[in-house]
Write a protein that binds this ligand. Structure first.
Ligand SMILES: [Cu+2]
Length: 483
């Protein structure tokens, strides 16, 4: 199978393909040159992403229409080699400008795919060639970074998302199957009754709860009642077929624009080996995983409990609305089983170490997050240090300096905070210290606090934002600049 054929395949088809690694490993030629070139029909890029309307068949009686990549949503799983420069043609067949962001990659702002950083737009019915050098190795993803505001058909609400796996040349282990599973919600709507899994983020104390609360009524948030893993609702499409004794490597991604989620495989525990694509210092067996919007987890699962099981949301209404996939052992015949789990708190620190191998931070950046209920008309307005985006020159980095970023969440939501083009080391969650967990997105618990360290080693503008699209669109972002 060549790449052109590969790109025609959906993520779901790839996810179901046993031993997908050997099929999808990139064959790209080394390709230097300018970051942006006019692409001509004569020269073919290593990868092509065509943005156009797609149909997503969640199940035979529920087919929705959205915008996606290369005819599917999710788009194809792209395999790239760490450090090997590739060209990517982005062809926009829609009527609105688009941006393709490479989440988790350490690449320059010109190709990062963010308007705030000055990345060029791909104009309606236009095309643009990008050249990027993938890295670091691990599970990254690509998605639209267009603003949506009150248009729930745009940006991250659409089907414009997919995995990009950056191969570091190190065999991660002997797996019988490697799967790429993206958690998604569809058909978003505005609602006054938002329900998500944020309570999982901690069980107190509420370190950042304000002494005086703003009691204005909340603005409308974005909700969904339609879910899938990749492009299929629970019970439709092929199950994940396994045999007793197999080892699975599953790359999970929460590709939702609106919600954090907890996921489990009934009858099995998962061994978390990487977060946001980066190996964790202390892999752990867990009953379930919690994924903020934008986060990834790589987990190993030993198939040693024959039966037919559900992998999906720990919340029954969410599972029944589609967020799951059936895992079927060979030779088993029964209804898919679910097993309820005791409610537990998600704790990043169990995957970390006590002491950091990195230099002590030289400077501290303090950030406070606040919500102004109904402050953006129908919606809430979000503030970083008392102001919505932009912040002029409030966050200016000195190249080479190591920073501690302290994020104080004085709101009643858990926010998945993402810094572009940099890697964070998680150092504290709600007063509990840790080290060694490298991430690009961190869920800051409601009324809670997180601290991360990073080195300013990626010159150029870098966008910092909440990965919930509505929060980002209504103020919850800031630009880091280099002096
Ligand atoms: Cu948020």
């Amino acid at each position: 199978m060549n790449r052109r054929e590969l790109l025609k395949l959906g993520g779901a088809a790839l996810a179901q393909a046993a031993g997908a690694r050997s099929i999808v490993r990139g064959q790209s030629n080394a390709h230097g040159g300018l970051a942006m070139q006019a692409s001509t029909p004569e020269s073919k890029a290593d990868y092509t992403l065509r943005i156009a309307p797609v149909e997503v068949e969640l199940d035979p009686s529920h087919i929705l229409s959205t915008i996606g990549y290369n005819g599917t949503a999710p788009g194809p799983v792209l395999r790239m080699r760490e450090g090997k420069t590739v060209s990517v043609d982005v062809i926009n067949e829609t009527d609105t400008p688009e941006l393709v962001h490479w989440h988790g990659m350490l690449i320059p702002p010109e190709v990062d795919g963010t308007e705030e950083e000055g990345s060029p737009l791909v104009e309606p019915h236009g095309r643009r060639r990008f050249s990027l050098t993938p890295g670091p190795a691990g599970s990254r993803w690509y998605h639209s970074h267009a603003m949506a505001m009150a248009d729930l058909h745009k940006g991250a609400y659409s089907g414009q998302f997919g995995f990009v796996y950056v191969d570091g040349g190190i065999d991660p282990g002997q797996y019988d199957q490697e799967l790429f599973l993206a958690i998604r919600d569809w058909e978003p709507f505005f609602t006054a009754n938002m329900d998500d899994d944020d309570d999982d983020t901690h069980d107190g104390p509420l370190l950042e709860k304000p002494a005086v609360m703003n009691t204005e009524p909340d603005g409308l948030e974005v909700g969904s009642m339609t879910y899938s893993i990749n492009d299929k609702a629970l019970g439709s499409g092929d199950p994940i077929r396994v045999r007793e004794g197999q080892r699975l490597l599953i790359h999970f991604l929460n590709a939702s624009a609106i919600e954090n989620r907890r996921i489990a495989l009934a009858g099995h525990r998962m061994r978390v080996i990487a977060m946001d694509g980066n190996a964790v210092p202390a892999p752990q067996l867990v009953d379930s995983i919690f994924l903020g919007a934008g986060e990834r987890i790589d987990a190993e699962i030993e198939m040693k409990n024959p039966g037919i099981w559900i992998l999906g949301s720990t919340e029954k209404p969410i599972r029944e609305a589609g967020l799951g996939v059936v895992v079927e052992y060979a030779g088993q015949h029964m209804q898919p089983q679910w097993v309820d789990l005791p409610k537990t708190r998600w704790d990043y620190t169990i995957f970390g170490t006590a002491a950091s191998n990195s230099p002590t931070p030289q400077q501290t950046i303090e950030m406070t997050f606040e919500k102004v209920p109904g402050g953006a008309g129908k919606f809430n307005l979000w503030l970083v240090n008392g102001k919505p985006y932009p912040h002029d020159r409030e966050f200016v980095l000195q190249q080479g300096v190591r920073y501690r970023l302290v994020m104080r969440n004085r709101t009643d939501d858990a926010h998945p905070m993402h810094l572009h083009r940099h890697l964070w080391e998680l150092r504290e969650i709600n007063g509990k210290p840790t080290a060694g967990v490298m991430k690009d997105t961190v869920v800051v618990p409601y009324y809670g606090r997180a601290a991360v360290d990073f080195t300013a080693n990626q010159p150029g503008l870098a966008l910092f934002h909440c990965h919930i699209q509505q929060h980002m669109d209504y103020g919850f972002k800031a630009l880091f600049r280099y002096a």
